[in-house]
Ligand binder design. Structure first.
Ligand code: FRU
Length: 472
């Protein structure tokens, strides 16, 4: 179906007007080296891919408000992760099958074209529970030759095509090629409130047949959002964002979780199961990560530096300036000693502007710090006087005072401490522990920027001022 229609043009024009109107707003807390739209709301990363020598980063975007709305796909592209081109929304809600949101999805690059698969969200008017009725989650495909214009949208599947014991919540297609076939996974909530992943297979990218359903041995949450399936060496890994997991000590403290598990067996084989769930992040703001493979063989993951439905827990005061949320910095993921390691992509070393280790750090919003240790009993780092990273009793804790806007503390058990690498922006902190074995990702809202001070228990300390992204 052609979507170069009046509605599409009007929505693009409205987005452009709202973005223009946002120019000149206070830059307080606006991020310097994180992907975010010019105005409004952002959530999940979508359609991450490398296409004709450029990386494309799409994201859930509503220019209309600082709250989740009828989301479009916002769009950036970059060659080096430092200089970005801000592009008009790639996909808008301009069809009956996606009129209440072009929801999350992924990109498949095949035979020189970009195939974007997403969920078209429709909420019918009426007295519905929107779980078992009143909602449509449609599988839609939009194809592009140049990665900039998406000439048509095709409705591929409707709720009635999914298994009959699924609720209306079946969404977030991740499509990939494996052994010369195409596969798609979808996150689903069954009518008995069990989260799972549906696995589909295709020979032609448009006709899909169900080949498997992936679950944990024991029920783990009522819905699995944003699934991702990828291969590292001989390991098959499923990443997903389950909902309704009870907190357990230091684990599962956020409203919703994001994590990964090994697939026991192969994802196409009946009887395979999803192994033990491991949280990807220990901070306050991380959700719905997606990954892609670069042409030089790296698996890069980007998450939403935020969470849905967090109003009851903490807030984001940047909403006052007309925007909320951004994406995390991209992380290269690998395995070491059966641990999933996340390291900031190497391109981020090019953001280093100057070494400010022994300089006055007052007023510097964007910096990277590297602090080394020889397994201390106890140590503490202070950031902008209000944020503390403390290691004590074999636990590492991130805590905030007022700058946390309701965020108090999160911890992880840690046998020993050797290294902490921090990326701090105007209103976020990402902490990579022991070379990326554990990560804490959080927003925070400092009123002043006084810099970073480790205590005397460290063995090495370096800080670099970072330059912000450049836009063309
Ligand atoms: C996850 C999510 C997805 C959905 C999208 C809508 O944050 O709920 O499941 O596709 O956001 O914006």
């Amino acid at each position: 179906m052609k979507f170069n229609n009046i509605k599409h043009k009007n929505l693009l024009q409205t987005a452009a007007l709202l973005e223009k109107a946002a120019e000149g707003r206070p830059s307080k807390w606006r991020q310097l080296f994180h992907i975010m739209p010019k105005t409004g709301w952002l959530n999940d990363p979508n359609g991450l891919c490398e296409f004709k020598g450029e990386y494309h980063i799409f994201y859930q975007y509503s220019p209309f408000d600082t709250k989740p709305g009828t989301n479009f796909w916002g769009h950036y592209k970059t060659k080096d992760f430092i200089t970005y081109e801000y592009l008009p929304p790639a996909l808008c809600c301009d069809q009956n099958f996606d009129c209440h949101g072009v929801y999350s999805g992924s990109a498949l690059i095949d035979e020189g074209k970009m195939y974007l698969y997403y969920t078209g969200n429709v909420k019918q008017l009426g007295d519905f529970d929107y779980i078992n009725n009143g909602r449509e989650h449609n599988l839609v495909l939009a194809v592009s030759e140049d990665g900039l214009t998406f000439d048509d949208k095709t409705l591929l599947m409707k709720n009635s095509d999914y298994p009959s014991d699924c609720t209306c919540h079946v969404r977030d297609p991740k499509v990939f090629k494996y052994n010369d076939k195409f596969y798609m996974i979808l996150g689903s909530r069954t009518t008995d409130d069990t989260g799972e992943v549906l696995v589909y297979e295709s020979d032609n990218k448009t006709n899909w047949r169900l080949v498997n359903r992936l679950r944990t041995a024991e029920k783990f949450g009522y819905m699995w959002e944003c699934p991702d399936l990828f291969f590292l060496g001989d390991k098959q890994i499923l990443a997903f964002s389950p909902q309704d997991i009870e907190a357990e000590g230091f684990k599962y403290n956020n409203v919703y979780q994001s994590g990964w598990a090994f697939i026991k067996g192969s994802f196409t084989e009946e009887g395979c199961t999803v192994g033990e769930f491991n949280e990807l992040d220990r901070g306050f703001d991380f959700y719905a990560p997606q990954s892609f493979e670069t042409s030089d063989g790296r698996r890069i993951m980007i998450g939403w530096l935020g969470l849905p439905d967090l109003e009851d827990y903490y807030s984001n005061p940047c909403e006052e300036f007309g925007w909320s949320h951004c994406l995390t910095i991209p992380r290269e993921i690998s395995f070491k000693d059966n641990k999933l390691i996340q390291s900031p992509i190497r391109e981020y070393e090019n953001l280093r502007e100057s070494d400010i280790t022994s300089k006055n750090q007052n007023g510097i919003k964007a910096f990277e710090a590297l602090i080394t240790y020889n397994n201390p009993e106890k140590t503490e780092i202070t950031v902008h006087s209000d944020c503390k990273i403390t290691y004590e009793n074999k636990a590492l804790t991130l805590s905030f005072g007022k700058s946390g806007a309701g965020r108090k503390s999160r911890s992880v058990s840690l046998e020993s401490l050797s290294k902490i690498r921090i990326f701090c922006d105007s209103s976020s902190i990402e902490i990579f522990v022991n070379g990326g074995e554990e990560v804490f990702t959080s927003r925070f809202y400092p009123e002043s920027y006084s810099g970073i001070t480790p205590d005397e228990n460290c063995t090495g300390f370096k800080v670099w001022k970072l330059k912000g992204f450049e836009y063309k």
